[in-house]
Design a protein around this ligand. Sequence first.
Ligand code: AMP
Length: 249
Amino acid sequence: MKVLVAVKRVIDFNVKVRVKADKTGVETANVKMSMNPFDEIGVEEAIRLKEAGIATEIIAVSLGVAQCQETIRTALAMGADRGILVQSDAELQPLAVAKLLKAIVEKEKPELCILGKQAIDDDCNQTGQMLAALLGWAQGTFASKVKREGDRLLVTREVDGGLETVKLKLPAVVTTDLRLNEPRYASLPNIMKAKKKPIETLTPEQLGVDVAPRLVTLKVEEPPKRQGGRKVASVAELVDKLRNEARVI
Ligand code: AMP
């Protein structure tokens, strides 16, 4: 089974995000970028499927600026076999990404696509669902466990109040949740080996996809500063403040 894993280049999760002075977006110049954490989990899951003899080849796909090559190299160093970069300087919104991934799926014919449940930069949580809809494939979102059973895939999902297990017909789209696995670190020899693994570069035009944004961001603002905390001497004082100052009870 060929597995396609989407890996997005995002601002590193340790970086404090700053809003641009003109409020058009967030500052990305001179900021550390890394693979979206949910996508690292996706790469790890694909590697585990390969180690279990279920996956035969893992293709890591990233869409965006030329530096997304680095994100693909990280996936290759973890254990993916080859990469595809769809290079574009345009803003790629989830629908455009889903259409581009669909075009790659039609070319590569994988049986499984693994995406993160959300990208930590836009928090859209849309791309996997859109891709499944465009392909007409089954989908298992927010996966915390993935198991192959014959020609089906059992996906345990984290839902409100518990876990739900769905049985998917392959081919399918799976999106990863945090508890699915703990991604491995790439070893130095594997980082060296990854330099020799192939990365194909394509463009949206070559794939025949119109990536024009459908949404306009009006403005991006910092959340309001949190007020400092205060200690109260008694429950009575707390109730009084909640009632008369905060006016929440
Ligand atoms: P989103 O719907 O934007 O929250 O993203 C969900 C998932 O879609 C991510 O975790 C990635 O697996 C995939 N994805 C979204 N945008 C890209 C991109 N530009 N390149 C590669 N994968 C992407």
